[in-house]
Design a protein around this ligand. Structure first.
Ligand SMILES: NC(=O)C1=CN([C@@H]2O[C@H](COP(=O)(O)OP(=O)(O)OC[C@H]3O[C@@H](n4cnc5c(N)ncnc54)[C@H](O)[C@@H]3O)[C@@H](O)[C@H]2O)C=CC1
Ligand SMILES: Nc1nc(O)c(N)c(N[C@@H]2O[C@H](COP(=O)(O)O)[C@@H](O)[C@H]2O)n1
Length: 247
């Protein structure tokens, strides 16, 4: 029996071969939003991320309804299994933004809720995505679910290129919903335009607990991302702060 899977007819956008430099620097407007504890954690050491109250979740879902795309890292999909749809306020299926999962090694489980048919889903992956023998089978299953797969970068998703490609696809604004690793990648590459945080009056502690922005971090204060305060107000039992990123 021939177990080889023919993936030739499945269209994967490979942008590593595309050297077209048109539209460079034209990218979606990116809003980074999180709910965090006062000590900056997105979840506890045991991954309990129930931080926002009902009103804050409604605030987030209003943003979801207003944007073209919503983006998370695969770490968040594996830990939270989010739907990434508008479901805390009144909404129709057409109100759901396009879901974008940044997943360098195509680790996404085929039963992930983000792959359901409530909205279009794009998976951003890499040239060297997953080396395991079942990868072609997975691509075929994803294609059956009409999932759009985009390759940018060799080992790690090239976020700068990804933003340009998404813009070209008509995604003019994106809600970035974490987690800490992807947030770092986006801030490191200066791809975030606005920050909105809900801060709960709670302290989680824990060196290993995910924070708003993880990754390597900037070495000096001179290099770091600078913000300008736009708005702040009380919500639930916490506070919402909105900033513009200084460019
Ligand atoms: N309280 C909140 O508002 C939120 C909390 N969370 C929490 O955050 C945690 C998940 O965060 P993380 O584990 O850090 O995962 P993550 O969601 O940030 O995903 C990280 C993954 O993204 C992929 N990636 C591909 N290319 C990348 C690039 N160029 N730069 C950065 N990442 C790239 C990598 O495979 C990496 O492992 C969970 O505990 C979740 O509950 C997540 C979102 C919101
Ligand atoms: N804003 C905010 N506050 C919290 O307390 C959170 N835990 C999160 N998490 C984000 O929301 C996703 C869940 O989405 P669905 O309700 O399943 O659509 C989760 O994965 C995080 O991205 N956000």
């Amino acid at each position: 029996m021939n177990n080889e899977i023919n993936t030739e007819n499945i269209e994967i956008e490979n942008n590593n071969k595309n050297n077209n430099t048109d539209n460079i620097n034209v990218k979606p407007f990116v809003i980074s939003n999180v709910g965090m504890s006062l000590d900056g954690k997105l979840a506890t050491i045991e991954n309990d991320s129930r931080i926002s109250g009902e009103d804050d979740l409604k605030r987030v879902h209003k943003i979801r309804k207003s944007v073209d795309g919503i983006m998370v890292g695969i770490g968040t999909v594996l830990k939270d299994d989010p739907r990434l749809t508008v479901h805390k306020i009144n909404a129709k299926k057409e109100d759901n933004p396009i879901r974008i999962v940044v997943d360098s090694n195509l680790r996404i489980p085929l039963n992930a809720r983000v792959l359901n048919d409530d909205a279009t889903t794009i998976i951003a992956t890499t040239e060297n995505m997953g080396e395991n023998k079942n990868i072609n089978e997975k691509i075929r299953e994803l294609a059956k679910k009409n999932i759009i797969i985009i390759k940018t970068g060799i080992d790690k998703v090239d976020l700068v290129k990804l933003m340009e490609l998404l813009y070209k696809k008509g995604i003019k604004n994106i809600l970035l919903e974490g987690g800490g690793t992807l947030n770092w990648g986006m801030f490191e590459n200066n791809l975030v335009d606005e920050v909105r945080v809900y801060i709960a009056p709670k302290i989680f502690g824990g060196k290993g607990a995910p924070t708003f922005v993880d990754g390597d971090g900037f070495k000096t204060v001179d290099e770091c991302i600078k913000l300008a305060l736009k708005n702040c107000y009380k919500l639930d039992d916490g506070i919402v702060i909105e900033y513009t990123v200084k460019k």
